[in-house]
Structure formats: structure tokens, C-alpha cells
Design a protein around this ligand. Structure first.
Ligand code: ZN
Ligand code: ZN
Length: 342
């Protein structure tokens, strides 16, 4: 099969690889759409210990089942050849305290498809049957492939708590920021401010009902303080630098909540005394639970959440160029979906 192989920092090539085989409890999926994730951009640059070359990345995908292992008809009779599926790429142990609590994303033994085993930037991927979800009737794999990033936004909105009639701030209008904006609005937030330096992305936030803040022309915290009484009830950091983390603290009102999602910097100083004096609740937020993932697919099926018209489909062979473009200047594109069939 053809596969896009990351071979070294900034080097990704289309290669002929052995096709994977489905183990007894696995399915084999012909990939139709596979999204490029922000975490893979840092992996591609070689900044990420999780990913070691040579590697087939890709963990946001949907496709058609072409084969199933011998146990699948018993454990998951719905997963028959021809069915369209997406797959939760977080492969958990299923046994530990986190897994038992339904928080499989926190499993100490978790592994990620596209990092610890070959991913979806290929014609075929083998995946554990227990992680697959069938797409609702009539859903295109182009939409189904968005389930993973939407799942992240569902988790962010869950940890943000009750935002009904409350003002919120999101810093960062990448896919996660834009999807979180829609989730907070679905949950009844009053105003959702969105701060983003990139003009094209800020315009997407505007089009999705956010109140755009351009940090190049105004101070984000000043703008929030002028527009609200003492700050927003909930802030979401979808970037993860020292500066954006500090801005989120400063823009959150006393006893408000800050959801930390972006992972740009591993460590950074935080204004903890301000958090103490204002009793700000800071919550780390990682990926999605299986329930969040299923809810994401439901919301996509209802058409309640979207990244169109900023989805770009591209042939698998052009994957390397798209990684470069997303790092340099993505422009009017929020999500690139690689399509092996193009
Ligand atoms: Zn992702
Ligand atoms: Zn576990």
C-alpha cells in the first residue's frame, strides 16, 4: 500500500509499505479522509518525544472497513466489511482506575494510533475494533474524520462547566479554538470572545459567531476588562504559551474557570498569587473520554458543529507540502484532510 512516512525532521515521503493486517480483535480500514493535527506539526518538526521516525502519522480519520479479525463478529457484530467508521485513536488498557471511571484518555498505559503504531496517512490502517464507531447513516467520511478534534472541544466545554448566559474567552483560533467556540455557544454562553493573531483564522472565529480580538492592535486583557465586569466566567487557552496562559488568568473574573488545553510550551510561569486571590479554578484538559468522542460524532451528524468552508482536501502524496504550509502560513484553511484516493 501507499503510505506517507515521516522519516526525519521536516522530511515526509510517499512510500510503498507492507499493508497492515487486522489481529483477531481488530478491523482493517481503507482510509478515505485523514486530518492533519496540530500536535503532528510539532512532531513533524522533531519537537515531540512521543513520535519517533520512521512513522506513519494520522489519528483523525474515517474510512471503510475492508476486513475484520476472527473475534470481531462476536465482540462487535456491527463492524462488517463495507461499513463506514471513525476510530478513537487513544488505545487504552481498559482495566485501570481511569478506564473504569470512563476517563480512558487518562489511562497510564494509553497509546496513540499514528504515534505508537502506524496511523492513517496510508491507504490502510489496522485498529482495535473496540475503538471504532460507525458513522451515522448518510454521513460522509469527510465529516466523520472531524470526530477526533470535535471530541477535544466537547471535553473542553464539559470542563468549562455551566456557561449559560456567561461571557467566555478563547485564545487561539486553530481548529480546537474554533470548535470550542461553537461548543460554548451551543451550551448557551452569552458572548464568546476569541483572540487570534492570524487574520484568516480570526475571520473564521468571527464567522462562527465569536467576538474577534486582534492582539496585534489591542491588548486582549484590556479589551476583556473594558467589555465585561471584571473578566469572563470561563477562559480557554487553546495555544499554550506562557503569554496566553497569563492572559487567560488575567482575563478571568474572580472564582471563574480557566481551561488549559494548548500544549505549546511544556512548562511556563503562572501568576499563581493572582489565581489564589481570585480563587480561579484552573483545569488541565486532555483529549476526550469515550463518551465525549461519541457525543462529537452525534453533533457532527446533527450538523451542529463544523469546520466547513475551511476544510481543504489534498492527495496523500502532497501531505509533506501541506505540513510545511500549515507550519508557515496556512491562510484560509483550518483543517487539511489527506485523501489516499485523490
Ligand atoms: Zn488530533
Ligand atoms: Zn487504563
Amino acid at each position: 500500500m501507499k503510505a506517507l512516512v515521516w522519516e526525519a525532521a521536516r522530511t515526509m515521503n510517499l512510500r510503498e509499505e507492507h499493508a497492515p493486517e487486522a489481529a483477531a480483535d481488530e478491523i482493517l480500514v481503507r482510509v478515505r479522509h485523514a486530518g492533519i493535527c496540530g500536535s503532528e506539526l510539532s512532531g513533524y518538526l522533531g519537537h515531540n518525544a512521543l513520535r519517533v521516525p520512521p512513522l506513519i502519522m494520522g489519528h483523525e480519520f474515517a474510512g471503510e472497513i475492508v476486513d475484520a479479525g476472527s473475534l470481531v463478529p462476536t465482540i462487535r457484530p456491527d463492524l462488517t466489511p463495507g461499513a463506514l467508521v471513525t476510530v478513537n485513536p487513544l488505545w487504552d488498557c481498559g482495566l485501570c482506575r481511569s478506564c473504569a471511571a470512563g476517563l480512558n484518555q487518562l489511562c497510564g498505559g494509553r497509546r496513540l494510533l499514528g504515534a505508537h503504531r502506524p496511523g492513517a496517512f496510508a491507504e490502510l490502517i489496522a485498529a482495535p475494533a473496540k475503538l471504532a464507531l460507525r458513522l451515522p447513516e448518510g454521513m460522509d467520511t469527510r465529516i466523520g474524520a472531524l470526530t477526533e478534534p470535535v471530541g477535544c472541544a466537547v471535553r473542553i466545554a464539559e470542563l468549562a462547566g455551566d456557561v449559560a448566559e456567561q461571557d467566555c474567552l478563547i485564545i487561539g483560533a486553530g481548529p480546537i479554538g474554533l470548535l470550542s467556540l461553537q461548543m460554548l455557544r451551543l451550551n448557551g454562553a452569552a458572548r464568546v470572545f476569541i483572540a487570534e493573531i492570524d487574520e484568516a483564522r480570526l475571520a473564521m472565529g468571527d464567522a462562527l459567531g465569536g467576538i474577534p480580538l486582534q492582539p496585534r492592535v489591542m491588548d486582549t486583557v484590556d479589551a476583556i476588562m473594558k467589555a465585561t465586569e471584571g473578566g469572563v466566567a470561563v477562559s480557554v487557552d487553546a495555544v499554550g504559551t506562557a503569554a496566553t496562559r497569563e492572559q487567560c488568568v488575567a482575563a478571568t473574573r474572580p472564582s471563574g474557570t480557566l481551561v488549559l488545553s494548548g500544549l505549546h510550551e511544556e512548562t511556563s510561569a503562572m501568576p499563581v498569587a493572582a489565581m489564589i486571590r481570585s480563587e480561579i479554578v484552573a483545569r488541565g484538559c486532555f483529549a476526550y473520554s469515550p463518551a465525549n468522542f461519541a457525543r462529537a460524532l452525534d453533533l457532527l451528524g446533527q450538523g451542529a458543529i463544523r469546520l466547513d468552508p475551511w476544510i481543504q482536501e489534498a492527495p496523500l502524496a502532497e501531505g509533506g507540502q501541506w505540513f510545511e504550509r500549515l507550519i508557515k502560513a496556512p491562510g484560509d484553511v483550518s483543517k487539511v484532510l489527506l485523501v489516499p484516493g485523490l
